[in-house]
Write a protein that binds this ligand. Structure first.
Ligand SMILES: Nc1nc2c(ncn2[C@@H]2O[C@H](COP(=O)(O)OP(=O)(O)OP(=O)(O)O)[C@@H](O)[C@H]2O)c(=O)[nH]1
Length: 321
């Protein structure tokens, strides 16, 4: 295991050793348990999510505020084989995020053998010019026997030699059973540099609501659609705000949004027979947004075609990629 001396965390430049703060992200194959662990760490379902902090362009998944530290968990999209300009940009963004965080937690579910997807991911991290500290998290321990877990931990350890990396620590944990979640927090915090909190306790700007609403609509839109369509969908908020003239105890949030697809044929699918699919997506998204923001929502949802937006730099810029 790596116990290398690191001047950034091991020397106290400021003289103040009372507080640590920094950034971490979780990586892992789909379903590895990243979101569940994030929520368990932050301590609330739908954590203080998705903000665009001033210091980085990345969205925040959640913030773990403690007396002695602030750990900011950053969201990264998965790494995919890029097939479009968007794919490339997303991958670049992921790699960039990796070099900017202090710690990466690699989630390796205990109930699944380590596979090519995992080694690819860790291998990519190993290639980075500036490597953040790495922590291995053997997630979902509640699903396996002690024996299986021990073998899994050995396999994780062996990745060090196989991929030329070094784990700061390997932590078995279960976010669902609440096992060792506090240890994960402790260990991540230990690896952060000394410094003051990046964000005031519990407070974030209100821009993120829009980001969040966008994500919820996209999530609702993706449910039940197949094949390559998911990659072609993005969401744009045209306008969003509290309706004026409402009584204070009965606010209503108006959201005007467009689901953007690449081709006319996809538009048809998104709208569905007699508009049924669009209505379903709207209802699902509206419930989610309303649950999250705690306000009733009026959602006006349209479908728009931006031809081949994933390959068009102009569209990508407009959509914020
Ligand atoms: N039994 C058990 N199930 C878990 C645990 N953590 C996550 N899960 C389940 O595993 C599934 C995937 O969990 P997520 O947290 O969504 O995984 P993820 O890595 O964020 O997935 P993607 O967003 O697809 O990348 C969900 O059904 C979770 O309920 C755990 O500690 N124990």
């Amino acid at each position: 295991m790596g116990d290398d001396f690191d001047p950034e965390t091991d020397i106290d430049w400021t003289g103040d050793k009372s507080f640590r703060s920094g950034f971490a992200c979780f990586v892992g194959r789909p379903n590895a348990g990243k979101s569940t662990l994030t929520n368990a760490l932050v301590g609330a379902k739908i954590a203080i999510t998705s903000s665009k902090p001033q210091t980085t362009r990345h969205s925040i998944r959640g913030i773990v505020n403690r007396e002695d530290s602030q750990l900011v968990l950053i969201d990264t999209p998965g790494l995919h084989k890029p097939r479009t300009l968007l794919g490339q940009r997303l991958n670049d963004l992921v790699r960039e995020t990796w070099t900017e965080v202090d710690v990466i937690g690699v989630c390796l579910p205990s109930n699944q053998p380590i596979g090519p997807g995992d080694t690819f991911l860790v291998g990519e991290i190993a290639k980075l010019p500036k490597k953040p500290k790495l922590v291995a998290l053997a997630t979902k321990t509640d699903l396996v026997s002690g024996d299986t877990l021990r073998k899994h931990l050995v396999e994780i350890q062996q990745l060090e030699e196989k991929l030329g990396i070094s784990w700061e620590t390997i932590i078995p944990c279960s976010a669902v059973a609440g096992e060792q979640v506090d240890v994960v927090a402790d260990e991540l915090v230990k690896l952060l540099p000394y410094g003051p909190a990046f964000y005031p306790d519990g407070e974030l700007t209100d821009e993120p609501d829009e980001t969040l609403v966008k994500e919820l609509i996209r999530e609702a839109a993706l449910e039940g659609v197949r094949d390559e369509l998911p990659h072609s969908i993005t969401v744009e908020i045209d306008e969003m705000g509290l309706r004026e003239g409402r009584p204070e105890d009965k606010p209503l949030l108006d959201v005007f949004a467009s689901m953007i697809v690449e081709r006319d044929s996809q538009k048809g699918i998104m709208i569905g027979h007699k508009g049924e699919h669009l209505r379903e997506v709207g209802t699902r998204a509206r419930h989610q947004i309303s649950a999250l923001l705690g306000t009733p929502v009026h959602l006006d949802l349209k479908v728009k075609v931006l031809k081949d937006w994933q390959r068009d730099p102009k569209y990508l810029n407009r959509l914020g990629f």
